[in-house]
Design a protein around this ligand. Structure first.
Ligand code: DP6
Length: 330
């Protein structure tokens, strides 16, 4: 009883979520569009019990500090409220990433926790309701409920803000994303803090919102037409615009490191030489390269001229949230 376990995959936004209009409910300022990937996932189990006197949270077998546990506890409160119980819980999460280079994502983590709570508390949530609940843990997690191409409709309330799958005739199966891992010693600005500062102070934030609404339409049209060049171009330009808003924030900041620029220039060069590929970046220095499956090995060969083999990881389209059998039930 009160046990649940689930697996969720990470997703990378092609059109970014950048800014909230409601911090508490995690309502975004703009719609976003992502591709769920197969290479990075999280498996999470949760056990609620009257015997526990506090919530605990283990990540990769290590008990987490008060800050991380409080974030999980806040999310558990939402699930407890839905179930009408007050039991404390033990949460155990395992991140499956090909290397330890900081690729773990809050999207897969919070989506897996949502699925585990749904099972443990027998909430019986629909995919839409799972997405709404995952959103409260971390915005991008609401997209990891689904596989393939996903759009998060920003909505204007808890009820109306959720993600859904974009019909694509399985076109995503022809695509791939290569991760270029950039080691960076700088202290990161979290996406949560970075986007908030940008909303409040960036001179470019209004143009971000205006142009992103158009970018969503362009991307959806490209998916419908299976037009890789159009999807790649809008992905690259939307990512660059997101990063431009950070340069115009007060104080200004950037997630780019010298090697991120080197990676972006390499992608441009590979493209100029005839292999279609486009980059995007999130709230960190790593560069992600959107390409077609048929070109992966040629593009990897080119990237290996600039980067170590260990820095390169290839991912393909991944699936949505999955319930897993519980091993032992207490
Ligand atoms: C740059 O979902 O991590 O990756 O909602 O505050 O938890 P919170 O933020 P988070 O932000 C992701 C930002 C991004 C773009 C994206 O994934 O759309």
């Amino acid at each position: 009883m009160y046990n649940g376990k689930a697996r969720a995959y990470t997703n990378i936004a092609l059109i970014k979520y950048w800014g909230k209009k409601d911090q508490e409910l995690i309502l975004p300022m703009n719609n976003s569009l992502s591709l769920t990937l197969d290479a990075f996932h999280t498996e999470t189990s949760v056990h609620f019990s009257p015997d526990y006197t506090k919530d605990s949270f283990y990540l990769d077998d290590l008990e987490q500090d008060a800050k991380a546990t409080t974030k999980v506890s806040r999310f558990l409160d939402l699930a407890r409220k839905k179930a009408g119980i007050s039991y404390c819980a033990c949460v155990k999460s395992q991140n499956f990433v090909p290397t330890a280079a900081g690729l773990a994502s809050s999207a897969s983590g919070l989506a897996a926790l949502t699925g585990a709570c749904n099972d443990a508390l027998q909430l019986g949530l629909s995919d839409k309701e799972l997405s709404q609940l995952a959103r409260r843990g971390s915005g991008s997690a609401c997209r990891s409920i689904f596989g393939g191409f996903v759009e998060w409709e920003k909505g204007d309330s808890d009820e109306t803000s959720f993600a859904q799958k974009i019909p694509s005739n399985n076109w995503e199966e022809d695509l791939a994303m290569i991760f270029i891992l950039i080691n960076d010693q700088k202290k990161e600005v979290s996406s949560r803090d970075g986007m908030q500062l940008t909303v409040e102070t960036s001179a470019y934030y209004d143009s971000w919102l205006e142009t992103t609404a158009k970018d969503i339409q362009t991307a959806k049209e490209a998916i419908l037409q299976q037009d890789f060049q159009a999807l790649g171009e809008v992905t690259e330009s939307n990512g660059l615009k997101m990063h431009a808003t950070t340069l115009a924030a007060v104080p200004p900041f950037t997630y780019w490191s010298p090697d991120s620029l080197r990676a972006m220039n390499t992608v441009r060069r590979i493209r100029k030489n005839g292999l279609s590929c486009y980059f995007t970046m999130d709230a960190g220095p790593n560069v992600k390269v959107l390409c077609q499956k048929k070109d992966v090995s040629a593009i990897l060969t080119e990237l290996q001229k600039e980067f170590e083999e260990e820095q390169l990881t290839c991912a393909y389209a991944g699936k949505g949230l999955k319930s897993l059998e519980m091993e032992v039930s207490k």
